[in-house]
Design a protein around this ligand. Sequence first.
Ligand code: AMP
Length: 582
Amino acid sequence: MLFSKIADTFAALESTSSRLEMTDILARSFEGMDPSDLRNTIYLSQGLLHPDFYPEKLGMADRLILQSIATTSGNPADKVEKMWIKEGDTGTVAEQLIANKKQMSLFSEPLTLDAVVSGLRSIETSEGKDSQNRKIKILTSMLHDAGPLEARYLCRIVTGRMRVGASSMTILDALAQCYAEKENRPEIERAFNITCDLGLVGETLARDGMEGIRRIKVERGNPIKVMLAERLPSLAEVMERMGGRCAMEYKYDGMRAQIHITKDSARIYSRRLENLTDNFPDICERLMRNLKGKEAIIEGECVAVDRDGTILPFQNVTHRRRKHDMESAVNEVPVRIFMFDILYLDGKDLTYEPYPERRRILSESFEMDDMVGMTVMETIESVEQAEDFFDRAISSRCEGVMAKSLSDESIYRAGSRGFLWIKYKKDYHETLTDSFDLVVVGAFYGMGKRAGKYGALLMASFDQETGQYCTVCKLGTGFDDAFLDGMPALLDEYKSENQPRSVSAKMVPDVWFEPTVVLEVVGAEISQSPIHTAAEGWIKEDTGIGIRFPRFTGRVRDDKGPEMSTSVQEIYEMYEMQSSDS
Ligand code: AMP
């Protein structure tokens, strides 16, 4: 298959922001494709060569790419660099310079998808001495055979930043449209949620149809999208929603970990599916030792504790992620895991078992000790009991409680947020609203004391229906000097020359960013807003909702990807709850 066909599809995707149109474009391009080509195309559309959770990432540095572009297009390096500073994207620079190239070389051959994939694999695996030169050489040879559009996407793929705007959900829509019936969409999405591998889902569907999709099972080694909780503003409402009886667990403020364990190996995935195994060698070792069966997938919250086992604030456990010297971090910051779920044990998918059964199996599958334990849980049958449990959670240094349904339907819903789990936190008590995890999509230059720096940020939340990032506030409070100074290092690599396709905004910042970095923000109130685009038109035309008096809490949520930020749908629900309170 020719790579130019794929590049044309990417260009068509980039030219629209309508999710429906993107779905159509993708579905048409998938038609009749060889199943393994389809798998590769899906990965490439996301700037990847493998599923997202693989540790190997292309991530070739911009400066190396510029060298390849200069060599291929026959332009001096300083000219290429100047163009790149102006455009902010190596893909656009490559496209323009290759289009201007006087003549195609006599020796160029059409680029095939296979050639691109194998070239990219060689770039990915180049290591050690001279690897930079090897990477430049491989990319140069691919660019040599590329037309302008192919060059645009080759350069973007090697950086891992595609900017075509097709989210996982759009790709699943297109797969369903092309290879199945509309009513099969939830089953296809479940296959993705339990494997986190869009390419595998696409290839299976193209090869074996829905039969194949139904054979996909939870397996050790493939991370599972985590189940998430809804929220309610009072314990009385939590108990009402649960039908007067539920389980309640302490809600620990640490780092969610999904751990795939055998007797001699363990792999830890964060909520964003990053591999954190190297950051928690002590937890891995202990879980391997304490597992009674042969293999399991469990979930728990990793929390830093002091020498006598008292829980420490969240920041202490994040320290583990940033430390280079892991050995000293393991000694300095002891960690405990509070397990709350089991999804797989010895060949058996447990995600369809109800919560009480999963909890029983979990508690019987491990030896418990000073490092491995279960979350504190009680069966709650009244609001008074819930309040008492909540108070005990807070005095044990937890951030609140998680209510969990005890019904027969209380299965583990991978990748979805629902009322089978309801969270209730301390900050619901103290202010009108909870904290929000919002995505940075733009920055405004500062004035006065902040002149020459970013002074405020344009913050957005993810609309799960449209796949767009919609603005909800301009954030200028809560930044200390260190954070203000560190902002360029945190954000600039995601700079975008134009408004990114996936961002919906009316306010125009001085600098745009691809939605990537998530910050925790508290706000006083959610109100209707003519200048923000979240939930626009839901209450009335031309009006969205915004967060008033937003303040940065100091917490960069690098454990959350942009799609895991507080969604527009959640903020809207909070707006409605708040309106019904007053
Ligand atoms: P939030 O990040 O506010 O949406 O809250 C959900 C998170 O709470 C989960 O992703 C877990 O990391 C964490 N958590 C803490 N304790 C529990 C528990 N007992 N059960 C489930 N999740 C928990």
